[in-house]
Ligand binder design. Sequence first.
Ligand SMILES: Cc1cc2nc3c(=O)[nH]c(=O)nc-3n(C[C@H](O)[C@H](O)[C@H](O)COP(=O)(O)OP(=O)(O)OC[C@H]3O[C@@H](n4cnc5c(N)ncnc54)[C@H](O)[C@@H]3O)c2cc1C
Length: 382
Amino acid sequence: MTSYTQYFGETQQIIRQSVAQYVKKEITPHVEAWEEAGEIPRDLYLKAGATGLLGIGHPAEYGGTGTDDVFSKIAVSEELMRCGAGGVVASLGSLDIGLPPVWKWGSAELKERICPAVLRGEKVQALAITEPSGGSDVARLKTRAVREGDYYRVTGSKTFITSGYYADYYTVAVRTGSEGYGGISLLLIEKGTLGFSVGRKLKKMGWWASDTAELFFDDCKVPVANLIGAENMGFYAIMSNFQMERLNLAVMAYMTAQLALEESLRYVHEREAFGKPLAKFQVLRHKLAEMATKVEVAKEYTWRIAARIQAGDSVVKEISMAKNFATSVSDYVTYEAVQIFGGMGFMRETLVERLYRDNRILAIGGGTAEIMNEVIAKQLGL
Ligand SMILES: Cc1cc2nc3c(=O)[nH]c(=O)nc-3n(C[C@H](O)[C@H](O)[C@H](O)COP(=O)(O)OP(=O)(O)OC[C@H]3O[C@@H](n4cnc5c(N)ncnc54)[C@H](O)[C@@H]3O)c2cc1C
């Protein structure tokens, strides 16, 4: 049994093939246009919802496939990444970080109202934690929610929110209690709520097809019924939610590296210098060998940790290691891929150019490389 078939069984292979076909038909031909437009079309959510793609990894009672199959989720992410645009994957994936707190800790009424519509692609879901004053230090967030009867009055702002511009529902981290991590709660805030406005679409280095935005709350009245989980327990929910986000970012990183490697392997046979194909130069052959080795190790380690998540192990340290390792690999491989392409690697018409730009966010989002190292150091007892 190869390591691959150990992790990806028949079900995952069927899912993989159907997502691969979907990506080829519905996504890849339009990637350039969506990158330029700075968004994916709304009906892509509907189409992805209709095929069941959005529901993979979410509870069956709300239209998903169940939450206990980590490798189906990975197979979907890997195949989506094959469209070559991290921004498309980030847009379709914002529900994977925004929705789990709702189905894990929301009230029955909230779950019923929100989850099926999001998994059908009729509504778009985002997660809003980061604020202009800082994203790494979640415990110090400032957006304030003051309870008044059946409502919270929310004041503050969020920034860099994926799907922030087009989302309908936002899982928002707010301060309901004292300073520090013990005073944070999660609220479901709906677009159109009085006092809630969305700023401009932010222009970015990469992930162009993903709409990223600022959110403003000005004495915004949110029903207490929209509280997700117990009041002042939001920090724990956020930290637990980070685990799957970090796994997914590790998958995005090794797939970014995989695509850059594949492009490079193709190019060194096509391109000639000094009268022979680039593939004949030992310096480049060794570079490609190193790139391939690193990609392989990043994949294998990420899958190993995913298997431990599937088994119910606590892998706070290891998932941080997986994210940091995979992103260090994608940093190296995308850099070298552009180098192998020479001037062509700097041109917008090459995939490696986009991979290089899209890659840069992966060691920043979902917890920076430095914060991952802090988590690892703490787990080492430092
Ligand atoms: C394209 C994009 C999409 C995003 N999507 C979302 C989203 O959907 N929802 C959301 O809530 N957020 C989102 N973010 C925000 C992202 O999670 C934050 O940018 C990230 O967590 C870092 O926070 P920051 O930018 O405020 O950097 P800061 O926290 O200001 O950190 C700045 C630098 O200081 C370093 N640093 C900070 N603290 C320490 C420390 N203790 N030790 C060592 N170094 C430290 C950091 O590693 C970093 O290098 C997104 C960001 C981008 C760019």
